[in-house]
Structure formats: structure tokens, C-alpha cells
Ligand binder design. Structure first.
Ligand code: UD1
Length: 426
């Protein structure tokens, strides 16, 4: 019997194959990790469809079960959550650390029970990632919030709707306050709200249960709290924006021709514009995008911004596609101060990249060569896979748990498009 404690997985990629064909997109990670905690606000069983089969979703299933909810989860089919028996309000240190989005249990449990205890969340180490705006929002709704030894306790006899003005645009804080406000007395108005598609998807889910959320997708969101939420029909989460982007970039990086089906092209405008600037061809249909690329790519300039600007989550992945471009590409990372940890790994493959603070400069090289590299974070891991697809020789990628948090078997999709890629246990 193998000793599984010491078993590790790695991905082996032999580059140089242009990706060709059609691929379907999974449900969105960042929307799934908000919608699943939101089921705790419902007063009857509810069903969610189109969830991606990723480790963040599995972690949330464990957390809901530990709180006492009954969960029936069939990966890639549906998840039914009966929150009625959930008496718990504490998330353990271990579970809190399993994913970034464990912080959504604060808002969801405050809304459900007026009480929550969660530890500082885990997730990618891409900056200091404070959650002060989340906690400020809870306090404004009337909660008493304490932090001690990494533990966050929030308690409210009554949550009362009010104006919440964020000091910075935060996806997490916007979603967390929406969750807490869904069952508050009166109306909460969030100013300087995030506009990301997953914020809109959460609003749609809450509204499908009878909540009254207006303005999601703009920077002012109004949430009128309701006493009871009821599930009327199964809710399907939107397709994953970053998985779509990763496959668009993979098509361009390998000079392939790939049609990505089941996506929402309007969510991809910022990336599409950059791929066109680089010289790739992008055609959009109602729910599909075709990306083709023939010649060398032109170097471009990027600044990551909040939606609808260029997404920080796509920065590492697009960097991988520009390592062999003509000229010098400049990246400015405005969202997270430590989001270039993949750079050292890409350099092992022959990339020429210099980093100074929030700026990275990529000097295009003629060839990349396969190397042993390790994932430093979720999107940085995807960048190594993309670089491996366009490198000469074989790339060995380790620390795959980062990738598995957010991609629903990316190697399966890439292999179906003709990539030489496989996962093996060592
Ligand atoms: C979410 C996404 C992540 C994405 C990021 C930016 C999820 C689970 N994760 O992360 O994939 O990269 O949005 O699009 O949806 N900030 C504060 N105080 C706060 C909250 C945030 O200063 O209370 C700052 C952060 O340090 C960062 C910026 O605001 O500089 C944006 O962070 P935020 O939008 O909150 O990111 P996350 O919700 O952590």
C-alpha cells in the first residue's frame, strides 16, 4: 500500500502544441464561494447548479456540514443545502484557513443567527489583504466585532440597515455586507461597491430567494432586508470569468484556434481588448468566444484595476503569454502588492522579467525551455502551466493544490484541446 501522506502530484507538460478545438467553461469560483455561504440565509432547502468541482467548494461543503446544515453535493451536477438544522456559528481555525472565502461565513452567519466566529481566512499570499472594510460594514449594521489572536467574533442583537461607505473598492467587503444586510431590518445602501460579475450573481441569487437587492453592477447597491428567504427554483451560478480568460490566453500563447463555449463575452472585454492589441484575433458570439493567433505577439502595457478594468487575477496568466512577445511589456499591479511571486518560477524557464515594487517589465525572449517549477499561488500556478505549453521540452509543475483551489481540472480541458499535459502522482 502506498503511504498517501507522502504522495504528491505534479503536472508534466510538453510544450509546442498549438491548442485547437472547443471547450466548455465551468461555473465561477468566486461566485460559487459567495453563493454557497448565502444558502445559510435561506429558511428552507435550496439547490445550486453549475458549481465548479474545485477544492474551495469542497471546503465550503465541510464548513456547512460542521455548522449542522444538511448538504447533498453531486460534483458537476448540483448541491442541495438544507440550512434549517444549522445551529453552529463557529468556523474552526483549520476550516477558516482552507480558503479565502471563509470570511463570507461572517456575513452569512451574522445574517442568519446574529452571531459568527471565524478565523483570519487563508487563500493566496499575494499581499497583506486586510478585511477592515468588511468589519467596518458589520459594525455599521450594528454588530459588535472583536478580533483576538486571529479570531474574529461578530455579534448583533439586531442588524439594522444603514449607509455603508467603503474606503476602497473591495469585492469581499461588498459581498460580505450584502450577506449580512439581506436579513437586516430596513435598507442598507453600500456606496463605493465592487461591480464584479460575481457581486451581480450573488444579488440575483438573493433576489431569487425573495430578498430585494438593487443596483448590483453599479457602485451603489441597495439591499432591503427581509425576514424570511425562500428557495423557489434551482439557481445556476454564472460561468467562470478567469477560467474563460485562462483558456483565451492559452489559445493565444500556443498560437492556436480555440472556441470557448458557455462563457459571457461581455465579462471579458478588458482581456479581449488586450489580446487584440497583442495581435490575436478574437470573435465573440452570444455565449462563446473564439481566439486565434498566428504571428508573433506585440508587447503591450497593463494596469490591473477593479472591474470593468483589467482583472488582477488575469495578470500572472497573461504575463506567461507575453514572455515571447516582440519588445518590452510593462505590468502595473494596482490591487495586490505582492502579486509577482510567479516571476522567479517563470525566470527558471528562460523568461526575462524585472520587478520593482508594483511594476514588472517583461523583455520578450525567442524561446522558453521546460523546467521544474512550483506554484506559488492559484493564478501564478496557471501562469506556469501556460508558459509550459509554449516552452520547448518538458515542464514539471508541483504544488498543484494552489491550482486545484480554483480550476476544475484544467489539464483535462487543455488535453482535450491537444496539449501534451498529464498529472502524475510521485
Ligand atoms: C476577490 C477575489 C480575488 C480577486 C480580488 C480582486 C474572491 C473570493 N476573491 O478577493 O480572486 O483577485 O477580489 O478582484 O472573490 N482591501 C482593504 N480592506 C478590506 C478589503 C480589501 O484594504 O477590507 C484592499 C485589498 O488589500 C486589495 C483591494 O482592497 O488591495 C481589493 O481587495 P478585494 O476586492 O477585497 O479582494 P478579495 O475580496 O480578497
Amino acid at each position: 500500500m502506498p503511504d498517501t501522506m507522502f504522495m504528491k502530484e505534479r503536472m508534466l507538460i510538453t510544450g509546442g502544441h498549438a491548442l485547437q478545438g472547443t471547450v466548455h467553461i465551468s461555473g465561477g469560483k468566486n461566485t460559487a464561494v459567495a453563493v454557497i455561504p448565502a444558502t445559510l440565509l435561506c429558511d428552507e432547502p435550496c439547490t445550486i447548479e453549475n458549481l465548479p468541482d474545485i477544492s474551495d467548494v469542497h471546503a465550503l461543503v465541510d464548513i456547512l456540514c460542521s455548522l449542522g446544515a444538511k448538504v447533498n453535493y453531486e460534483p458537476n451536477r448540483f448541491m442541495t443545502v438544507d440550512p434549517r438544522p444549522a445551529e453552529g456559528w463557529q468556523v474552526s481555525y483549520r476550516d477558516s484557513q482552507r480558503l479565502r472565502a471563509s470570511y463570507y461565513l461572517l456575513g452569512a452567519l451574522l445574517g442568519r443567527r446574529g452571531q459568527a466566529e471565524v478565523y483570519q481566512p487563508g487563500g493566496c499570499e499575494i499581499g497583506s489583504r486586510p478585511i477592515d472594510q468588511h468589519l467596518k460594514g458589520f459594525r455599521m449594521l450594528g454588530a459588535n466585532v472583536e478580533q483576538m489572536g486571529g479570531r474574529i467574533k461578530a455579534k448583533a442583537d439586531v442588524l439594522t440597515g444603514t449607509d455603508v461607505v467603503f474606503d476602497c473598492v473591495s469585492v469581499g467587503a461588498t459581498i460580505n455586507v450584502m450577506l449580512a444586510a439581506a436579513k437586516a431590518h430596513g435598507t442598507t445602501i453600500i456606496y463605493n461597491a465592487a461591480k464584479e460579475p460575481h457581486v451581480v450573481d450573488l444579488a440575483n441569487f438573493l433576489n431569487s430567494m425573495g430578498c430585494r437587492v438593487k443596483g448590483a453592477g453599479t457602485d451603489v447597491i441597495r439591499i432591503r432586508g427581509v425576514e424570511k428567504l425562500q428557495s423557489r427554483r434551482p439557481y445556476a451560478v454564472i460561468p467562470d470569468q478567469i477560467e474563460t480568460g485562462t483558456l483565451m490566453i492559452a489559445a493565444a500563447a500556443t498560437h492556436g484556434d480555440v472556441t470557448i463555449c458557455g462563457c459571457i463575452p461581455t465579462h471579458m472585454e478588458a482581456l479581449t481588448a488586450k489580446l487584440l492589441e497583442m495581435g490575436a484575433r478574437v470573435e465573440e458570439r452570444d455565449d462563446a468566444i473564439r481566439v486565434r493567433s498566428i504571428g508573433d505577439h506585440r508587447a503591450v502595457t497593463f494596469k490591473t484595476q477593479v472591474y470593468p478594468g483589467f482583472p488582477t487575477d488575469a495578470q500572472p496568466v497573461l504575463m506567461a503569454a507575453l514572455l515571447r512577445s516582440e519588445g518590452c511589456t510593462v505590468f502595473v499591479e494596482n490591487i495586490f502588492e505582492n502579486r509577482y511571486r510567479h516571476v522567479d518560477e517563470l525566470s527558471r524557464m528562460g523568461a526575462e522579467i524585472r520587478v520593482a515594487g508594483r511594476v514588472a517589465v517583461v523583455n520578450g525572449v525567442r524561446t522558453l525551455h521546460g523546467a521544474a517549477v512550483k506554484c506559488t499561488d492559484l493564478r501564478g500556478g496557471a501562469a506556469l502551466v501556460i508558459a509550459g505549453l509554449s516552452a520547448e521540452g518538458t515542464t514539471r509543475v508541483t504544488e498543484l493544490t494552489h491550482i486545484d483551489r480554483g480550476y476544475d481540472a484544467i489539464e483535462r480541458d487543455l488535453a482535450a484541446l491537444g496539449a501534451q499535459i498529464r498529472r502524475e502522482t510521485t
